[in-house]
Design a protein around this ligand. Structure first.
Ligand SMILES: [Zn+2]
Length: 733
């Protein structure tokens, strides 16, 4: 194999990893993944899992022809070690009962390679046949009373879908340092594959285990166990990376977890991963927003610091825990997830389970893959992004999500979900940044406005970074308890931004609704307060014909410098009607402070307006934040006038620029799968280029028509005549 300079650099980095023992301290050199490596440029992955019964049924040519029809660049191929799909020599790994001596894995590798498609061998190392516990009881996760764990197998005990055939393996055991490496070495020696993927491992959540090894570590619910779990995952990942790097190949495990995140700090794994492997296949919670896939790709991009995010879209039906994994999902939803991945700059990873059910019984999903991926391949150049065009940074704190104690009846994600929706409503292009980025001035300085949706937990360095950002002219919107706790969740004496905002905290947070949660009703937003408009200000100017507007359920009591804009009117009963009036309709307690300091515009909402908006959809809460966004970002680089709920993004691409629009206008956008989307009328787009280069030609990639544009200096304007589900305006230099 010829090796270019960049590949040599990769091997150099990998060699350093090879020399490391598992568990070697962080700070070791990470492998370099050159920007022009295949895995840094892949945009289309098609992946069909085989089940054990498939082993003698797979028509390899039909499978490979389908991958080729989707213009797949990469496939993930079941090698697995629950059962092997090739005649393994490793005696501990059972082969499929239907394999009958066949080398299905080898046949598939050959068929894919013949079509120029790369192969990632896929191995489910998180789970094994329970029967193996008879000869190797030490490899399996255990409950407190010593039984095999059933964690990975959903359903109630009387559910016919539950099987005791499989059981989770424990990553602290020799299974991961003995069997798994032997398995990987075997397939790497036998087959010309391009890398290895460990399905289901590492778990983003700590796997509670009471096996003998874990009992020595300590309480599996404790922080010490979490730390050990993280260290072990990183050490194993490094050892598998080193093992594959010996063959100049790549290794990746499972990541994902969406905005909420899990127990693991994925940033540490992302440093050594070739790409972010986002195994978030569909809306995993009933009530999740339609933009679930964009959120996953955005947080992955933030964690990877702009390196690739491979986001899985299931072609079968997912509705929370209700899953029909062998029949096609709603096409509008499946397509939207692929479009969302592209909007957010990700790699589309189209996924199906089973051959018999997928190539024989239900083939409807196949057309979706051919259509979307075939189209993307035709226009591939426009999906290779160099930088986003966004001047708002939405801060997502997976640490706060894990450790913050939200008021009763609310969820730690309410605020960021509400803010995300309002950014979409405002059609403002934005990037997601992590809380750790707040301590990195170089990372923040490109943004006009930082949005901190109740980012409650912060390190001192992150607070200092925010202050430096504001001192440098940056604008800011913060809500509720932002910065009130240190990184361990310990409450600070005052908000660290008191002087910056010109206010001080006067008491502990107030949250209502705690005692009013009716049984079996689920989260209750609590009794809301009201707000009284005290003076004219850009934040309140949209409210005509009223002095009172809605407030939220939770607030931090504050006092502010200068005359208030809005004041607090406390909660009072909404029944009986005769008693529905405020006994104290006018206070001097501010609910918002807003300041201008040079170019910098600062807004602090003492109430959880964003969280309250997410829970209630209350107009005034949403409008207040929209007003704040428009005041702090008076000239966004992308504006889109038109009807509907759409998500927008703009990119500097290799050929020029691209504007992506995804239509989310659907009554079920916060319920479950969309069945159809209404076609929106014209959208008028104004894009301010980051430089003054001249657009030579433009086109709409979905409509496949040329696009008339008007350019005045850096400002480019055009009209998208209609928007069905997705459109990309490609502007070329
Ligand atoms: Zn264990």
């Amino acid at each position: 194999m010829d090796m270019n300079r960049r590949e040599a650099a990769l091997i150099g980095g990998a060699a350093a990893l090879s020399a490391m023992a598992p568990g070697q301290a962080a700070g070791a050199p990470a492998p370099l993944y050159p920007a022009d490596a295949w895995h840094q440029r892949m945009k289309r992955v098609v992946h069909i899992n085989f089940n054990e019964r498939d082993a003698d049924r797979v028509d390899v040519e039909a499978w490979a022809d389908y991958l080729a029809a989707c213009r797949a660049e990469v496939t993930f191929l079941s090698g697995t070690n629950v059962v092997a799909f090739y005649p393994t020599a490793i005696k501990e790994v059972p082969v499929s009962r239907w394999l009958n001596g066949r080398d299905l894995f080898g046949e598939c590798v050959a068929a894919a390679k013949k079509r120029g498609i790369r192969v990632m061998g896929r191995f489910s190392i998180d789970i094994a046949k329970s029967a193996l516990a008879e000869t190797h009881p030490e490899w399996f996760c255990r409950t407190e009373d010593g039984k095999l764990v059933r964690r990975s197998l959903v359903g109630s005990p009387d559910d016919p879908g539950v099987s005791d055939e499989f059981a989770p393996t424990c990553q602290f055991t020799s299974y991961y340092t003995d069997v798994v490496p032997r398995l990987f070495r075997e397939v790497l020696a036998w087959y010309p594959i391009d890398g290895i993927y460990s399905n289901g491992w590492p778990s983003p959540e700590v796997v509670v285990c009471y096996c003998p090894v874990c009992r020595k570590i300590g309480d599996p619910h404790g922080e010490a166990y979490r730390d050990a779990f993280q260290k072990r995952a990183v050490a194993l990942w490094k050892s598998y990376t080193a093992l594959t790097a010996e063959k100049r190949l790549v290794f990746t495990g499972n990541l994902g977890g969406g905005f909420r995140g899990g127990d693991l700090d994925l940033a540490e794994l992302a440093e050594i991963a070739p790409w972010f492997m986002a195994d978030n296949q569909g809306r995993g919670n009933v009530g999740a927003p339609a933009w679930d896939a964009t959120q996953q790709a955005r947080i992955g991009r933030a964690i990877m610091r702009d390196r690739p995010v491979d986001a899985i879209t299931a072609s079968y039906e997912i509705s929370g825990d209700v899953r029909w994994r062998n029949v096609s999902g709603n096409p509008a939803e499946v397509k939207s997830r692929m479009h969302q991945t592209l909007l957010a700059g990700g790699t589309v990873h189209f996924h199906w389970l089973g051959f018999q059910q997928g190539f024989v019984e239900d083939r409807r999903w196949q057309a979706i893959g051919r259509e979307v991926l075939g189209w993307q391949a035709k226009h591939d150049a426009h999906f290779h992004n160099k930088a986003s065009i966004a001047d708002v940074a939405l801060v997502v704190s997976q640490r706060s999500n894990r450790l913050y104690q939200a008021p009763a009846g609310t969820d730690t994600l309410d605020a960021v979900e509400g803010m995300y929706q309002l950014l979409a409503e405002a059609r403002m292009p934005f990037d997601v940044v992590l809380e750790r980025d707040l301590a990195d001035p170089a990372r923040l300085k490109r943004y006009t406005c930082l949005v901190l949706p109740n980012v409650a937990l912060m390190r001192d360095a992150e607070i200092a970074g925010i202050k430096a950002y504001v001192a440098g002219g940056g604008s800011l919107i913060a809500t509720f308890e932002t910065g009130l706790y240190d990184e361990n969740g310990k409450e600070r004496a005052d908000t660290p931004f008191a002087a910056m905002f010109g206010m001080r905290r006067t008491g502990p947070r107030e949250a209502f609704g705690r005692g009013a949660v009716p049984p079996r009703r689920g989260p209750f937003p609590g009794s809301p307060a009201y707000q009284r408009i005290e003076r004219d200000h850009p934040l309140t100017r949209s409210f005509a014909d009223t002095r009172w507007i809605q407030g939220s359920s939770c607030r931090v009591p504050i006092a502010g410098d200068g005359p208030p804009i809005l004041t607090h009117v406390a909660q009072y009963p909404w029944y009986p009607p005769e008693g529905v009036y405020s006994r104290q309709p006018h206070t001097d307690i501010p609910t918002v402070v807003a300041r201008e300091r040079g170019r910098s515009r600062l807004v602090y909402f003492a109430e959880d307006l964003d969280g309250g908006y997410w829970r209630s959809g209350a107009n005034d809460l949403g409008d207040l934040i929209l007003n704040a966004l428009r005041w702090t970002v008076p000239e966004p680089p992308l504006t889109i006038a038109g009807e509907g709920l759409i998500e927008a993004a703009a990119w500097v691409t290799e050929p020029g620029y691209a504007v992506h629009l995804v239509n989310h206008t659907h009554a079920g956008f916060r319920a479950n799968a969309a069945r159809a989307l209404p076609t929106l009328r014209e959208q008028q787009v104004r894009l301010v280029l980051p430089d003054d280069r001249r657009i030579a030609r433009a086109s709409l990639l979905r409509a496949e028509t040329s696009l008339p544009v008007r350019q005045t200096g850096r400002v480019v304007e055009f009209t998208v005549p209609s928007l069905a589900d997705y459109e990309v305006a490609a502007l070329e230099l």
